[in-house]
Design a protein around this ligand. Sequence first.
Ligand SMILES: [Zn+2]
Length: 438
Amino acid sequence: MPIRSRTPLLVALASVALLWAMPAAAQPYTILIKGGHVIDPKNGRDGVMDVAIADGKIAEVAASIDAAKAKRLVDAAGLYVVPGLIDLHAHVFHGTDPDAYLSNGLSAVLPDSHSFRSGQTTLVDAGGAGWRNFLQFKTNIIDTSKTRVLSFLNIVGSGMKGGPAEQDPNDMDAQLTAMRIMANKGVIVGIKVAHYNRGDWTPVDRAVEAGTDAEVPVMVDFGGHFPPLSLDELLNTHLRPGDILTHMYGHVRGRYPIVNEQGQVEPYVIAARKRGVIFDVGHGGGSFLWRQAVPATKQGFFPDVISTDLHTGSENAGMKDILNVMSKIMNLGMPLKDAIAANTVKPAAIIKRDDLGHLGVGTEADVAVLALRKGDFGFIDSSGGRMKGTQKLECEVTIRAGQVVWDLNGRAAPDWSTMPVVPQGSSALPPRRNQPQK
Ligand SMILES: [Zn+2]
């Protein structure tokens, strides 16, 4: 090789070596969400900003971040970029036990089948498991889901199996419940009371006792008492500040509604909020009525937390998903940023998981990119009544721990024509179960 041609060769080799070393430094971010309107209530962010992710964590949030620094770009212009949503009341202890309702039964749903498509990265199961079967819930669901699944442990040891199993005060043990919580702190984040219809306060008081020992809140699904027990006494005597009444806009048999027959929010309900009791939507299949929600919100009584009460009975009825429930509350007058807070920083604070519900640098990168559609929409309540609305949220992209787990329009995906030609699938994969075996 002539000497004069060596220099370009050396330069070329040096360039290759440099390029080899460069990518990590030149493209430190795995994902950059660009040009979206960031709403991050905890960090006081409300405006157009870029969000960069690296190593599964939020790496930078700034007015403008150079697109060349990221391997993957998500164009979020015209969209809202918010912390991954937290559902404080869902039912995901799915299983196949006969007659087991929401505790390893078929009425509960699988987390990943429902969470990401509506921007949710954390689902809190509300009382599916009790202290006896929590480990089954953890092994089968919590540990196998990409969604972060947390638990409000039922005060009933065997969990939410429905029927007589939920009526036995002998299976409501405060000490054993507290023991299970303390051994799983941060995953079990509260205690649930539900479906009890005898005329005493045993489950509420045992739950509060366990909650005091384990330093977690109690959520109460109240009702089914004939005659009804006093809602005033529940909210202002039995519950502590930080405890939660779910199904706030319900009017179920055996429970007083929060809006009385004169159309007024009961003064004792307003007093309970003043002393720190939390009011949660918990929409579900039978717990959200326009006849409660409309007068309550007209009087300024909006939810602290917006949740679904997701299960097979609610998802195909008026509830649908968290974005539909949030859209309902927004069409009643709650500003978008308050609805985001009610699904991010507020539930995180209630369950004492301050690492969740915000986009602080260094936190796990759970992010939802949402569209706010404007148009002529309809929303159905638990009685089947329709209310019209002009705005509706839709989820474009969900990121969980830095991974894109939902992408409605392929915003985080490269153009197909740039993809390498690689045969898909592998003979090493097991045969599909629905194909006949040869
Ligand atoms: Zn529920």
